[in-house]
Design a binder for this molecule. Structure first.
Ligand SMILES: C[S@@+](CC[C@H](N)C(=O)[O-])C[C@H]1O[C@@H](n2cnc3c(N)ncnc32)[C@H](O)[C@@H]1O
Length: 218
């Protein structure tokens, strides 16, 4: 499947990486929450003093460790943990980043751990992501919700923008083919039935939308 607007085939979007690289990464320990197999952590590690990636999925963390070893990266480590439960202070981060894993609990923890002047940056699912399935992700934010959350957690917003791509199809078959890689997950969570209904009623689009944010602790 084609990458989403917030990412390339290799990883996070150039816009997001550029926002992060504008910081003095060489002096910073960066905490990547919901790191998965470490895509963002591994992309950042060569520029950072240190990177810690956390995810609750032990298999993903295993994979991230293998990738770090294969790349010969000695300044990145990966930890199994729940980023909505654990506090981040033990990792002593100077910056917190999150790629497609953002929630109120994560922003609150970033707000508690970062001193004034430090950055929390993320790519979140936008509420319009796959809106044709009529079921926003629990990790999805609109602009208003993200602004409110960041303000509440003590951050001043430096960048907040939506990266959006609306694919348009000529037929139902084409529209189904575009979502085939998501079929199992969508069948499990009820989205598939809603997407099929949308197509049966004449819809021929599939929207991908991410919210890119960079905010600094006030
Ligand atoms: C869409 S994936 C993104 C992974 C990675 N950031 C990337 O862009 O490749 C979301 C990740 O968040 C992790 N995740 C979700 N909730 C979590 C939690 N409460 N604690 C730790 N990890 C979590 C999932 O296990 C998954 O690896």
């Amino acid at each position: 499947m084609a990458p989403s607007p917030g990412e390339t085939a290799e990883g996070p979007s150039p816009t997001f990486l550029e926002l992060l690289r504008a910081e003095p990464l060489g002096e910073l320990t960066v905490l990547d929450v919901g790191t998965g197999a470490g895509r963002l952590a591994l992309a950042l590690a060569p520029f950072c003093r240190a990177v810690v990636g956390i995810d609750r999925d032990a298999r993903q963390i295993d994979e991230a460790r293998k990738r770090a070893a294969a790349a010969g990266l000695a300044n990145v480590r990966f930890v199994v943990g729940d980023v909505e439960v654990e506090e981040y202070a033990p990792f002593k981060p100077d910056m917190v980043v999150a790629h497609l894993c953002v929630s109120d609990a994560i922003a609150e923890r970033a707000g508690r751990v970062l001193p004034p002047g430090r950055v929390f940056a993320f790519v979140a699912f936008h509420t319009d992501q796959w809106k044709e399935t009529a079921r926003p992700s629990r990790f999805a934010y609109g602009e208003v919700g993200a602004k409110r959350l960041l303000k509440r957690c003590g951050f001043a917003i430096e960048r907040l923008e939506v990266e959006r791509e609306v694919a348009t199809f000529e037929s139902v078959e084409q529209a189904l083919a575009a979502a085939v890689a998501l079929q199992d997950a969508w069948k499990a969570d009820g989205r598939w039935v809603r997407y099929v209904k949308f197509l049966e009623e004449g819809g021929r689009t599939l929207t991908r939308a991410h919210l890119v944010a960079k905010a600094r602790k006030a």
